[in-house]
Design a protein around this ligand. Structure first.
Ligand SMILES: NC(=O)c1ccc[n+]([C@@H]2O[C@H](COP(=O)([O-])OP(=O)(O)OC[C@H]3O[C@@H](n4cnc5c(N)ncnc54)[C@H](OP(=O)(O)O)[C@@H]3O)[C@@H](O)[C@H]2O)c1
Length: 236
């Protein structure tokens, strides 16, 4: 992966290792991929067709650097999100098992027979409301935050203070990422731009209604196999 910005010091290395490049994780990082024309889903309604091998390397790296991996229930409902796994090299660098996936859901209307819930080395956690909790099987570790809706600031605080997950990664989808930005809970956006124009009717935008404009401060740009890796700090 080549570092484009910040410029390396004269004589400094341009090639960077993704794990080193992304190691300075802030409190809550959103990590997502989109096509150059702004779609976060491919023609199959998933993401595998977007970024290719270079994107997967960074995807796996962000997971390895995270304490816990937040996903929205919509992404889990695609049935294509497997339990978190770690390749040997990343496992050695992380120094432990994979981070748990944390599914955020108000309804708790999920298929509990998915491998995400039955085959995870590090058990998947569910964040839900008091109303949703009754629908979660007792074997699934649950964080309850809010009465009818999920109180996201409280959920993030409980994940940090009660469960000890300092660094949080949100992998989307757009609805959850939007809710985190709206609640001013996101510190960083890691946006991977795939070198493709998807066109067609399958556009799902990165974010929905934010209510107010959110200024971004670019902090780094990398390039690998045509994929542009942008890092932005979200300004309060
Ligand atoms: N390109 C990428 O990087 C990327 C990453 C992930 C997903 N995706 C794509 O995104 C699509 C899914 O995205 P999506 O926006 O439809 O769904 P999503 O964000 O994955 O999940 C939405 C669901 O999450 C729960 N949720 C979200 N915000 C919440 C809040 N504030 N409080 C409580 N619950 C909340 C709700 O679950 P309940 O309905 O259960 O209450 C909501 O229906 C898929 O097609 C997937 O392929 C792309």
């Amino acid at each position: 992966m080549r570092r484009l910005l910040p410029e390396p010091a004269p004589g400094g290395a341009r090639d960077v290792d993704p794990y080193d490049a992304y190691a300075d994780a802030p409190g809550l990082r959103i990590g997502m991929v989109m096509s150059a024309d702004g779609s976060v889903t491919d023609a199959d309604g998933w993401t595998d067709g977007l970024g290719g091998a270079a994107d997967f390397r960074v995807f796996r790296t962000l997971r390895a650097l995270a304490g816990a991996i937040l996903v929205g229930a919509g992404t889990a409902r695609t049935g294509r999100l497997g339990p978190a796994r770690l390749r040997p090299g990343l496992r050695a660098r992380r120094g432990g098992p994979p981070a748990p996936i944390v599914v955020v859901t108000r309804s708790a209307d999920l298929d509990w027979s998915l491998p995400l819930f039955t085959e995870a080395e590090t058990p998947t956690i569910v964040v839900t409301s008091r109303a949703g909790r009754a629908r979660v099987p007792s074997a699934v570790r649950t964080v309850t935050a809010g009465e009818d809706a999920v109180d996201l600031p409280l959920a993030v605080r409980l994940l940090r203070e009660d469960l000890g997950f300092g660094q949080l990664l949100c992998e989307g989808g757009p609805a959850l990422a939007t809710a985190l930005v709206r609640a001013s809970l996101a510190d960083e956006l890691c946006l991977n731009i795939a070198p493709t124009l998807l066109g067609g009717p399958h556009h799902t935008r990165l974010l929905g209604d934010l209510a107010t404009e959110v200024p971004l401060e670019p902090t780094a740009v990398y390039l690998d196999e045509g994929v542009l890796f942008l890092r932005y700090r979200l300004r309060a």
